[in-house]
Design a protein around this ligand. Structure first.
Ligand code: SAH
Length: 203
């Protein structure tokens, strides 16, 4: 499949223009192994080495929509991605929110090192090689938190909601669902979207 076709599919699936434009401006082939380049624009997950995968574009577009950045994306916000893997989603976030400070936490060193190289031109992205199971307290609080690997239980996610600002949003897979948590006056409003598959969050 060609890039234009993937973009057209995302359009037909009804994603907002600013999200589609981010997909159009980031070359996915940079984030996958060379021998898989021909599949870069398939709407499917792809291996990135170390038994990990880059998510399906549809799933990413869905999670990025749930992150709800549209109205604040030109502001100086702080975003955390836990499980930044190849760095592809960090690049998308950087296009979506050019003024943001974006932190990626990745537990596998080779992936974090590779992604640092690929993203060396993205000045608003910082990648840290460690477990994000407890979030990244040092740079908290965040306006948005995106978890890219699946927690087996919501209690794991509950432990990092204190790193979310008021009016902040966290999006995370829990089991086979995507969970969206919105914080308001220290209360969390939760929505669940079932029917997805992710690599597990290492606990
Ligand atoms: N967003 C990534 C998706 C990578 S898959 C991309 O665009 O490529 C999920 C990633 O989460 C894997 O790279 C895995 O190593 C990482 N991961 C799993 N458990 C983790 C943990 N506890 N802390 C940090 N990263 C973790």
């Amino acid at each position: 499949m060609y890039k234009e076709q993937l973009i057209e599919n995302l359009r037909n699936q009804g994603f907002p223009l600013f999200i589609i434009e981010a997909f159009a401006s980031v070359p996915r082939e940079l984030f996958i192994p060379k021998n898989l380049e021909q599949y870069a624009y398939e709407d499917s997950p792809l291996p990135i080495g170390e038994k990990q995968t880059i998510s399906q574009p549809y799933t990413m577009a869905f999670m990025l929509s749930l992150l709800g950045v549209e109205k604040i994306r030109k502001n100086k916000i702080k975003i955390l991605e836990i499980g930044s893997g190849s760095g592809y989603v960090l690049a998308l976030l950087s296009k979506l929110c050019p003024q943001a400070k974006i932190f990626g936490v990745e537990i596998i060193r080779t992936l974090s090192e590779n992604s640092k190289q690929i993203l060396s031109n993205y000045k608003n992205i910082k990648i840290i090689n460690k477990s994000g199971i407890l979030g990244l307290p040092d740079s908290a609080p965040y306006d948005r938190i995106l978890v890219s690997a699946s927690a087996h239980n919501i209690s794991i996610i509950d432990k990092i909601t204190n790193q979310l600002k008021d009016k902040g949003i966290l999006v995370s897979p829990v089991g086979n669902s995507i969970i969206q948590l919105k914080k308001h006056n220290n209360k969390l409003e939760k929505k669940e979207f079932p029917g997805f598959a992710f690599v597990p969050l290492v606990e």
